[in-house]
Design a protein around this ligand. Structure first.
Ligand SMILES: Cc1ncc(COP(=O)(O)O)c(C=O)c1O
Length: 375
């Protein structure tokens, strides 16, 4: 039996071992581990890659969201609109500040928040909208931007799963994380740009907010042992920055490979005649999907996933329970049926193996096994 894991970081490491060891050695020789020159260089390199004025490293993607909301003084009594179909951190960062997460259903084709519906949920208490560019596909933020600007509501982009993704807006390529007030990135090891531990980053074009994030990530410090406000301890460390600087040089190539793999899956679904059972993810016009995950919609999802596991193939379900139905958010008083598209997707979505080093043979084995299940 062949084995195809859901992801494989080891192959990636093998392809760049020497580079990584050299970078780690540089940090060890410097004996400077928290923030410092390595982090500053990484921040500059990311801001130039993304074409955004400021990039501020922090401890994780969760912290990037939390720091962004903190810097906007989001607090109890405020509402922040977001999607119920995302990783928990998107909504928990809102709730941890005492504000209310307000969910809006998703678009069943792109799996992202339905931008046409957002307007129905805006109240005088709405302070921000967090869109999530889920699985590597950007939300069409240009549809929301004018409405939010008009009402003085901040747009925050959760880019944890979409480093390198872009959309053509007014004929110009705009990378995710450069359009809203903030872009929030995660460098969790399995992300498209992943580190070797936790890490995150906030992007913004506004100097005053970048300064505030820098202060908040270090205990609200404005000078040595002078504290202007209550902040956090959420600093990017030099070892992560050194690793990420190496990996940033490869991320475009990896994203290209992910796109080739996605296209091959699509072709194989046709060749093995399973398109009626397994729907490939869609990529809307003008979008550059970076396929952080390759999430299909399929019939008898749980049985299929079990069958693939028995045949040595790793799959994942992102996410089996939408956020409005999570026990911790019971107090928000949502019910099953409130967001039918998110609920349906949580029942029939399945992430197939996706990483730049996945081989055509492995992909064919995955699709052949799916075909066997449905015959
Ligand atoms: C959409 C989304 N938002 C936020 C996060 C949080 O990032 P981190 O794990 O770095 O805290 C993740 C990571 O899993 C994510 O996928």
């Amino acid at each position: 039996m062949k084995y195809v894991s859901a992801f494989d970081l080891k192959r990636n490491y093998e392809s760049m071992k020497d580079e990584i060891k050299e970078a780690l050695d540089r940090v060890l020789e410097s004996q400077r581990f928290i923030l410092g020159e390595e982090v500053e260089k990484f921040e500059k390199e990311v801001s130039s890659y993304l074409e955004v004025a400021h990039a501020v490293g922090c401890g994780s993607g969760t912290d990037a969201l939390f720091l962004s909301l903190m810097s906007l003084d989001i607090k109890e009594g405020d509402e922040v609109i977001t999607t119920p179909y995302t990783f928990f951190a998107t909504a928990s960062s809102i709730a941890k500040l005492g504000a209310k997460p307000v969910f809006v259903d998703i678009d069943p084709l792109t799996y992202n928040i339905d931008t046409d519906k957002v307007v129905e949920y805006i109240t005088p208490r709405t302070k921000a909208v967090i869109v999530v560019h889920l699985f590597g596909l950007m939300t069409p933020v240009e549809k929301l931007e004018p409405l939010l600007k008009d009402k003085g509501i901040h747009l925050i982009e959760d880019c944890a799963q979409s480093f390198g993704a872009w959309r053509k807006i007014d004929g110009k390529i705009r990378r995710c994380g450069t359009i809203g007030t903030f872009g929030c990135f995660s460098f969790y090891p399995t992300k498209n740009l992943g580190g070797y531990g936790d890490g995150g980053l906030v992007t913004t074009n506004l100097s005053s907010l970048a300064e505030r994030i820098k202060r908040l990530r270090a205990h609200g410090c404005s000078g040595e042992y002078i504290h202007e406000e209550l902040g956090m301890n959420s600093r990017l460390d030099a070892i992560q920055a050194a690793v990420l600087r190496c990996r940033l040089r490869h991320v475009d190539d990896w994203n290209r490979k992910r796109r080739i793999i996605a296209e091959r899956y699509r072709l194989l679904f046709n060749v093995y005649k399973i398109s009626e059972f397994v729907k490939a993810p869609s990529e809307d016009e003008g979008s550059y999907h970076v396929y952080h995950q390759y999430v299909v919609r399929c019939e008898r999802r749980d049985d299929l996933s079990k069958y693939l596991d028995e045949n040595g193939i790793g799959t994942r379900v992102y996410y089996p329970l939408p956020l409005h139905l999570q026990p911790v958010f019971k107090y928000l008083d949502y019910r099953r049926g409130d967001f039918p598209e998110a609920e349906k997707l949580s029942q029939d979505s399945l992430a197939l193996p996706m990483y730049p080093e996945l081989t055509p043979d492995e992909q064919e084995y995955v699709v052949k096994t799916i075909a066997k299940f449905y015959r």
